[in-house]
Unconditional design. Structure first.
Length: 108
């Protein structure tokens, strides 16, 4: 939670009076899937904010975009027998080069 010189306990009490609940969520990675590719947030800090029944999420972390398709991921999985997460990581490490990702996974 952003701390701008305000006591966290006072901020929590203020939020409670306003009907706002916040919960920190432990996460190691957040993936936002889009038609053009995925947005991946590594080492995220995720806060769930419930404001009178309207739930939003605040996410900060190391952002990178993934420009390969689900077809690429599935092809790498089929060719290597590896999981989706392993295929995605190999594609990330090879900057979307399908052939290099397959070689990398088959070589490990």
């Amino acid at each position: 939670m952003l701390n701008m010189g305000v006591n966290p306990k006072q901020m929590e009490a203020l939020f409670k009076r306003m009907g706002i609940k916040t919960i920190e969520i432990e996460a190691s990675r957040v993936v936002i899937e889009t038609d053009e590719g995925n947005i991946i947030i590594e080492n995220p800090q995720v806060t769930k904010v419930d404001m009178k029944g309207v739930v939003t999420f605040q996410i900060t972390g190391n952002v990178k975009e993934q420009s390969f398709s689900d077809d690429d991921i599935n092809f790498v999985m089929e060719q290597t027998g590896k999981s989706k997460d392993e295929a995605i990581r190999a594609l990330e490490e090879t900057r979307g080069d399908v052939a290099k990702a397959i070689i990398k996974l088959n070589g490990d």
